[in-house]
Design a protein. Structure first.
Length: 154
């Protein structure tokens, strides 16, 4: 049963987590493209996150599974070195709230975060993958192209 005390407790935890998340990185989050004119704007790391809830439909599972297969197939070296990070993140779990808030993920989605050597960070949700889940190879070719482009943006 949900009561005021439970709701207040959850709100306090979320506020504390938000504060912790903000204090972990004192640099402002920049969601805009950075200049490619200097060496310092080189891509350092890319995060590819499949956000989801406890219950997932076929489409939600497929978006995540195809993304994982794409990075494992075409970017094994980058995964091993940490230049690309992939994960399935359940936004309903408390331990994932900071990451979900950082990406502004509210439901099943695929997000790409780019960290640059100059300390900037940009993120974007890729909604086009949802239109490609009926053709696995088309999905994988598309996502491969997006990731290659992001890796070469330096």
């Amino acid at each position: 049963m949900i009561n005021k005390r439970n709701i207040q407790g959850v709100l306090v935890i979320l506020i504390l987590l938000t504060g912790v998340g903000c204090s972990l990185n004192n640099k402002p989050v920049d969601n805009t493209a950075t200049s490619n004119n200097s060496q310092s704007s080189e891509v350092e790391k890319i995060e590819l996150f499949h956000f989801h809830g406890n219950s997932q439909c076929y489409s939600c599972v497929t978006v995540g599974d195809y993304a994982e297969e794409t990075v494992k197939t075409y970017f094994a070296d980058e995964l091993e070195s940490g230049r690309i990070v992939f994960d399935h993140i359940n936004i309903e779990l408390l331990e994932n709230k900071i990451t979900a808030m950082k990406y502004e993920a509210t439901g099943s989605s695929l997000w790409i975060g780019v960290y640059r050597k100059d300390g900037s960070f940009s993120k974007e949700e890729n909604t086009n993958v949802w239109y490609k889940i009926n053709d696995k190879q088309d999905y994988m070719d598309y996502l491969k192209q997006i990731l290659e482009q992001k890796l070469s943006d330096s």
